[in-house]
Design a protein around this ligand. Sequence first.
Ligand SMILES: [Zn+2]
Ligand SMILES: [Zn+2]
Length: 110
Amino acid sequence: MKQFTKNDAGFVCVNCGKAVSTLNYSSRDHCPNCLCSLHVDVLPGDRQNSCGGMLVPIDVTQNAKKGYIITYKCLKCGQTHNNKAAADDNFATILKVMNKTYNFESYKKK
Ligand SMILES: [Zn+2]
Ligand SMILES: [Zn+2]
């Protein structure tokens, strides 16, 4: 049974509980509301990582060509990686991460 042949699948966010719809122009890899994600990829979209820890945004930088780049850290294994922000990401959340005012403590308890 193939359940996820297409990587641009909708999901329910593990952090904020929002039902996230598909992105359509690219693979949806994080929640547009709280920007959290799951550590399931080795390479973007391959779903080959068995870690499954929660990825939280720890930094956002602006790139002239790519737009906003979110730096993620996995709460389980500690690995960090960068990801492009999606067009419909919550800009208020992006700004909070950028200004280091995003409250991580609420989801570290999980
Ligand atoms: Zn969320
Ligand atoms: Zn991990």
